[in-house]
Design a binder for this molecule. Structure first.
Ligand code: ADP
Ligand code: MG
Length: 344
């Protein structure tokens, strides 16, 4: 035990400024819009005559993540991805992030370096500059706050409120995987608590666990919109589940919708694992959160363009009445209710 502890550096040993120096090392900036980065009282960004998109998110240990199965490197990656996803949901591209952390003395330098290694990979993968943040202590646990800064893509930004009658409702990727990945991890944690000798075999749930621990923001879809000259009429990212997000779009746009159960994109892995957990895959697809997929509406004449992207599914359309319905496989109409994934 003693020997093992010696490998770790306590935060008291290096102090706040030492810690900031170490954590922010090697974050080179690449965007023209980044004028001044880490090291002064404020960062400077220059978007010239362009509009700037800004979004902030906070992640709290025990509320948003559980470190008993969430590797810190993945957590760093996911914290950046989830903020980039918010910029994507505005039809934007993220260029800068700030990262603020509050840490208890339970954490050492090595664990925070792990966190920042994931942050660094995400910044690299998405071409984002880390330009600042704040470092402070907490009484208990870890808190991460990320602010993402970006600009609208060349077709302009998209709000939740622009859906029109007859617009197609489209979703990227597949649904329910992230929620099931979490269920698998929670189950293994319980097994581990009972029998610490147990070694979980997660190989058959690889994709689901991956979707939970290492999600991606759909910047590729924003690029696809630009290349194919498609501008969604409304858009949102799926953080609380499809049903909750389509309700946001409908309410903000003052419209209704019809979603078709048989059009929901659900992977085979998800269907199989739902059976195992005795869950209904449609319910999970509608209510599972943390997907970071994009849900958007487009004018019906864009159908041909959308069909060129195999990762997009048309799942329904907007109505002028304010009813929001799921049309089941047997043709029944069921009102869509918000079941945010946290209330599960
Ligand atoms: P101040 O006293 O003005 O708050 P700090 O000493 O907190 O300044 O921060 C010094 C520099 O380091 C600033 O550029 C700040 O944005 C950056 N910084 C502080 N903490 C972090 C962090 N956790 N991640 C990234 N940058 C950070
Ligand atoms: Mg500070």
């Amino acid at each position: 035990m003693e020997e093992k502890d010696q490998k770790f550096t306590s935060l008291d040993q290096i102090g706040e400024f030492g810690l900031i120096d170490i954590l922010t090392q090697g974050f080179d900036t690449i965007n023209d819009s980044t004028i001044l980065s880490v090291g002064d009282d404020a960062a400077v960004v220059d978007y010239e005559n362009e509009k700037t998109l800004i979004s902030t998110d906070m992640l709290v240990e025990g509320v948003h993540f559980d470190l008993s199965y969430f590797p810190l490197k993945h957590l760093g990656y996911k914290s950046i991805v989830s903020s980039i996803s918010d910029i994507c949901a505005m039809n934007g591209v993220c260029n800068q992030v700030t990262v603020s952390i509050a840490v208890s003395n339970r954490f050492n330098l090595e664990s925070l370096k792990e966190l920042y290694s994931g942050i660094k990979v995400a910044c690299k993968n998405y071409g984002v500059d880390l330009i600042g943040g704040d470092t402070t202590s907490s009484n208990k646990g870890l808190i991460i706050s990320v602010t993402a800064i970006g600009k609208p893509s060349k077709n302009g930004f998209v709000q939740r409120s622009g859906a029109n009658n007859n617009d197609l409702i489209v979703v990227s990727g597949s649904l329910g995987g992230a929620y099931l990945g979490l269920q698998v991890l929670e189950r293994e944690k319980q097994v581990f608590l009972v029998n610490p000798e147990s070694k979980p075999d997660l190989s058959s749930y690889k994709n689901l666990v991956h979707k939970q621990l290492r999600p991606e923001a759909r910047q590729d879809i924003i690029k696809f919109f630009e290349d194919s000259d498609v501008k969604p009429t409304s858009m949102i990212d799926i953080s609380d589940g499809l049903s909750s997000e389509i309700i946001h779009i409908c309410k903000n746009s003052n419209k209704g919708c019809s979603i078709y159960e048989d059009k929901l994109p659900i992977d085979n892995d998800t269907i199989e694992t739902c059976k195992e957990f005795n869950l209904e895959s449609t319910t999970i697809a509608l209510s599972g959160g943390e997907e970071y997929e994009l849900l958007f509406t487009v004018k019906p004449d864009k159908l041909k363009d959308l069909e060129k992207n195999p990762d997009l599914s048309i799942i329904g359309h907007i109505n002028s009445n304010k009813e929001m319905n799921l049309i089941t496989k047997s043709g029944k109409n069921i009102p869509i209710k918000s079941m945010g994934w946290k209330s599960f």
